[in-house]
Write a protein that binds this ligand. Structure first.
Ligand code: DAH
Length: 329
């Protein structure tokens, strides 16, 4: 008895699965539920059991029978409805289904466009980690111990010694530790700042860092390269200005603003990059002799360039993930 039940429970579902048409459905029904079928046979066997074995099997057999009947009925419905669909409702003249294709996010596109300008004039591409140590993010870049940028205001500290990088400049250090001059590289990536969020600032943004180190590199080359970039990327008539500035890792340092006037808004200057001549202390930190080599560096803000290029008036729209905005690009 026990063996018969076991083999019934094993074979029933696998044979039921194989049914695809009305014929095999009917054969299956006769085999299991027919008057002389496997289930009827089990009930015959049951009658022959001794008095004390009967209670053990009676209830169980009925449960099994009901369960198998439900499964069979389900299958019957699906076979019959499938047959109907195939015969009656498929319209072979309908056009095929179109699958929507995603597009590149506007920020990825802008980042690639910025990088292309530099790749075409001989810059290689390097990347570094977003989780950075205090040493790479600050110390090696000549930030004094008590510099305000280390303050909780600007930096997301993960622990005393680790931060979410606040700029891509630490990748300069990693690169110079591993590669001797001549160096001509860009380093794209995400950066994080614990800043007040507004139409022009967000807690997360992207930068493209640049670094050139060789003999006789001058500020004139830095300026020439950046003006070339601005004209290639934003058009020949781009309105820009260089302003003297300060960064611990460059001397002299400058910032570049571009004129930004989104449709229907008042125009204003928008800072889009910092740059300068690599500070001799930074070169010393990575074992490059500042008496022999000089270099320039820059860090370009990707979002702000995208605001200007694509006539967008608020940086937060890049991060809202509103499809109506994203599909426009
Ligand atoms: N790291 C600076 C910032 O995020 C930007 C910058 C300034 C990068 C001067 C540089 C540089 O490489 O030389 O504000």
């Amino acid at each position: 008895m026990e063996d018969k039940i076991k083999s019934l429970l094993k074979n029933f579902p696998s044979e039921l699965d194989q049914i695809t048409d009305k014929n095999s459905l009917e054969n299956f029904r006769i085999k299991y539920f027919g008057r002389k079928g496997i289930i009827a046979e089990l009930f015959e066997d049951f009658k022959k059991l001794s008095g004390d074995e009967k209670p053990k099997y009676g209830k169980r057999l009925n449960e099994i029978k009901n369960d198998l009947q439900t499964k069979f009925d389900g299958k019957k419905l699906s076979v019959e409805s499938e047959i109907e669909t195939t015969v009656e409702t498929i319209d072979f003249s309908l056009p095929g289904r179109k699958y929507g294709q995603g597009t590149k996010h506007i920020l990825s596109q802008t980042m690639n466009e910025i990088m292309d300008v530099f790749i075409k004039i001989g810059f290689s591409v390097y990347e570094g980690p977003e989780l950075e140590s205090d040493y790479y993010n600050f110390e090696a870049l000549n930030f004094p111990e008590d510099h305000p940028a280390r303050d909780m205001q600007d930096t997301f500290f993960l622990s005393k010694d680790f931060v979410l990088r606040t700029h891509t400049s630490p990748v300069q250090i990693r690169l110079m530790e591993n590669k001797k001059p001549p160096i001509r590289a860009i380093m794209p990536g995400k950066v994080y700042r614990n800043e007040a969020i507004s139409f022009k600032s967000y807690c997360l943004f992207h930068q493209v860092e640049g670094l050139v180190v060789d003999k006789n590199i001058t500020f004139a080359e830095l300026k020439g390269t950046l003006v070339y970039f601005l004209k290639e990327f934003l058009g020949k008539d781009v309105k820009y200005r260089f302003r003297a500035s300060f960064f611990p890792f460059t001397e002299p340092s400058a910032e570049v603003d571009i004129w930004w006037q989104p449709e229907g808004k008042e125009g204003r200057w928008l800072e889009i990059l910092g740059c300068g001549m690599v500070d001799p202390n930074v070169l010393k930190n990575v074992g490059i002799d500042p008496e022999v080599y000089t270099g320039y560096a820059f860090g370009i803000g990707v979002e702000r360039n995208a605001l200007r290029k694509y006539d967008i008036d608020d940086i937060r729209t890049f991060f809202d993930n509103d499809k109506r905005f994203l599909v426009q690009f």
